[in-house]
Design a protein around this ligand. Structure first.
Ligand code: 9MR
Length: 383
């Protein structure tokens, strides 16, 4: 019995691999379709950059020319204890990008999540003072950025420092160091690799109050001569938020400040939400509710079409602003990898990306390719 099952499951895996391989050969590549428009990136997990998920690796090599580490460069993963750095996985991620000639992005240096408690504490448990925390931040940034100097092209230096109302988020970084912790992080990153591009990265910047806060923050940084290259709009979107107008205005608001704009974590959540939160705040969490998990057996055609239309709309805006937008990175490769299967509710089946759970392109993939063709045509016309 076990033999039959193992034969069957091996046959199933082989069939999946074959169909994934055929698909990879038959489709035009996203990165080629957008050549000269912007880079097309993906956030990679460990199974992908170590080569274990061979079907995903085939898709990544075919379609993407930029990679971001979804998790392995975060403070907790790379620097879990004082004086202890664990570079093994991060090294493999960077090696994957180098081997495949991809633009490698580092995510992230200073964030309020995934930073171990010890960073903000003395040995006796009391809170560290400003100078101690600045010294720890500098040491961390120098060690990590310095190690990958010349190989990681750009860093999300500070991640999610703003609240929805546009004010600085109350984090231990802000409370202990003060308002200038953001400027300091950029200065330290620039010291460690003067050639690296340095980004401020956040979600929901398409909403005006938060966007205005980010614009004010960046103006302050630029007035002080802080080396900031770009802004990352994370792009954790839904089927109806943000509007095309909001997205276009947001891109313009940052490009008018002389910054590069990139979409750094694109996905489109198709599942019903338990509340009005639009964004990606990891503090928002709910218990599993089967009523809010309607597409476990696959995405119905009607929703599949909505998702394709939504991606077409998003890319229409992006290609129209391709003078400002330098990279579009998806937060994952296939629906099976997406964090939206476990946030804000564990155990759901989400369908937010261009490739489905069987590594197959979805109608949204073709919609995005069509946007690329339009971009090329209009570029030819204006030439
Ligand atoms: O996708 C990431 C998930 O696997 C992690 O558990 C989580 C916490 O580290 O972070 C997710 O990625 C986040 C990114 O680092 C910052 N913007 C929001 C992303 C989705 O939560």
């Amino acid at each position: 019995m076990r033999l039959i099952w193992s034969f069957r499951s091996r046959a199933a895996v082989a069939a999946l691999a074959l169909s994934a391989a055929l698909t990879v050969c038959a489709q035009p590549a996203l990165k080629d379709a957008f050549e000269g428009v912007f880079l097309i990136g993906a956030a990679l997990n460990e199974a992908q950059f170590t080569g274990r998920d061979t079907n995903a690796v085939a898709l990544i090599k075919t379609h993407f020319n930029s990679v971001t580490a979804e998790n392995v460069l975060k403070w907790q993963r790379i620097h879990p204890e004082p004086g202890v750095y664990e570079f093994e996985l991060a090294d493999k991620f960077v090696e994957f990008g180098v081997q495949n000639g991809m633009v490698i992005i580092g995510h992230t240096l200073v964030w309020h999540h995934q930073t171990p408690r010890w960073v903000f504490r003395n040995e006796d448990g009391s809170q560290v003072d400003r100078d101690t925390l600045l010294a720890r931040m500098r040491e961390h940034i120098h060690t990590v950025v310095g190690r990958y100097k010349g190989r990681i092209k750009g860093w999300d230096v500070v991640n999610e420092a703003l609240d929805e109302d546009g004010r600085l988020r109350q984090t231990p970084w802000l409370r202990i160091i003060g308002d200038d912790y953001i400027a300091k992080a950029f200065e330290f990153a620039h010291e460690a690799d003067p050639e690296a591009e340095l980004y401020y990265n956040d979600f929901s910047l398409e909403n005006k109050p938060k966007r205005d806060g980010a614009v004010a923050l960046i103006k302050r940084l630029k007035a002080q001569g802080i080396p900031i290259t770009g802004v990352g709009l994370q792009g954790h979107y839904t089927l109806n938020w943000p509007s095309k107008k909001q997205l276009a205005e947001t891109i313009r608001a940052f490009s008018e400040l002389g910054l590069k704009v990139m979409i750094t974590e694109l996905d489109v959540d198709v599942l019903p939400r338990a509340d009005a939160h639009r964004g990606a705040d990891l503090m928002v969490r709910y218990q599993h509710d089967p009523k809010l998990n309607p597409y476990t057996a696959g995405l119905p055609d009607s929703v599949q079409r909505k998702l394709a239309k939504r991606y077409a709309d998003i890319f229409d805006v992006l290609v129209r602003h391709s003078d400002a937008v330098t990279r579009v990175t998806f937060w994952g490769v296939t629906d099976r990898d997406s964090w939206l299967n476990y946030w804000p509710m564990p155990g759901r089946t989400n369908h937010p990306l261009l490739f489905d759970r069987h590594y197959q392109p979805k109608p949204a993939f073709y919609a995005v390719l069509t946007s690329a063709e339009k971009a090329k045509k209009s570029a030819n016309k204006t030439r």
